[in-house]
Design a protein around this ligand. Structure first.
Ligand SMILES: NC(=O)c1ccc[n+]([C@@H]2O[C@H](COP(=O)([O-])OP(=O)(O)OC[C@H]3O[C@@H](n4cnc5c(N)ncnc54)[C@H](OP(=O)(O)O)[C@@H]3O)[C@@H](O)[C@H]2O)c1
Length: 229
């Protein structure tokens, strides 16, 4: 396989991370899935193993912890990770000054600092091995400053620029780097924000698997129904 046989998805239990997991498994990659809720991870792992026959390792871990790299090392042992997908994010909605500095720093940590740690750890190994792929999940919201999610949009801009620079630096070392400038997507997190309430511009979301069904039609679906794409 181009990048090796294992992919790691940080934030790989639902929504867009889940869609990545399903699609990478479909291509034959074994998976390491990280999220906090182990039941959600294990449910998805069962579906993936039954449908695609690949290995799936679940690691229940809060990425906000200081010791994530040793924790991940402990979880994966000597597996060689060929594909790193950084998908987890904190997406607060509300006026900047209605939240306190602690909350803003949490956003900065999960959306910027943690991917930097993981890129440092796995990216170096990929560069030494002469192959690998890094995928950062950004957002159309990262293309310009936006009220109500001021800090989130700024962190998503960071992801785009980080990936662009890394892409250039790593392209001659067999390591591909891309960022996904994702548009509105009907994930559990998106649906939980009740985005169809009146008063705001409401984009029409796609499903995490990319199909062009709109929110109105799909909001009634259970997460389970959308598992196999
Ligand atoms: N949905 C959209 O409309 C949209 C649009 C543009 C960009 N995006 C981007 O797409 C990505 C995924 O969004 P989504 O809507 O799919 O989100 P989601 O439904 O909330 O899924 C987030 C995933 O990350 C995990 N996660 C979150 N915080 C974590 C933490 N502290 N430690 C470990 N795992 C953590 C969650 O599992 P646990 O909760 O169990 O930890 C879950 O697996 C984000 O980077 C977001 O910025 C989304």
């Amino acid at each position: 396989m181009t990048y090796g046989s294992w992919a790691l998805i940080a934030g790989g239990s639902q929504g867009i991370g889940e869609a990545f997991a399903l699609n990478l498994a479909k291509k034959g990659l074994n998976l390491v899935l990280i999220a906090r809720r182990i039941e959600q991870l294990e449910k998805l792992a069962e579906v993936i193993k039954a449908n695609y026959g690949v290995e799936v390792k679940c690691i229940s871990l809060d990425l906000a912890r200081e010791d994530i790299v040793p924790k991940i090392q402990e979880g994966i042992g000597d597996l060689k990770i060929g594909v790193l997908v950084y998908n987890a994010a904190i997406i607060p909605i509300g006026d900047y000054f209605k939240s306190d500095l602690e909350e803003q720093l949490k956003v900065l940590n999960i959306n910027c600092r943690v991917p930097t740690y993981l890129i440092d750890y796995f990216g170096r190994k990929m560069k030494d091995n002469g192959k690998g792929a890094i995928v950062l999940i950004s957002s159309m919201a990262g293309l310009q400053g936006t009220p109500i999610n001021v800090h989130y949009t700024a962190t998503k801009a960071y992801n785009i620029v980080l990936a662009e620079g890394l892409w250039y630096e790593l392209k001659d070392y067999g390591v591909d780097v891309i960022t996904s400038i994702t548009g509105a997507t009907a994930t559990p997190n998106y649906v939980a924000t009740d985005p169809d309430k009146p008063g705001l511009f409401v984009p029409k979301p796609l499903k995490p698997n990319g199909s062009q069904e709109y929110f109105e039609e799909i909001r009634k679906e259970t997460i389970c129904d959308s598992r196999i794409c």
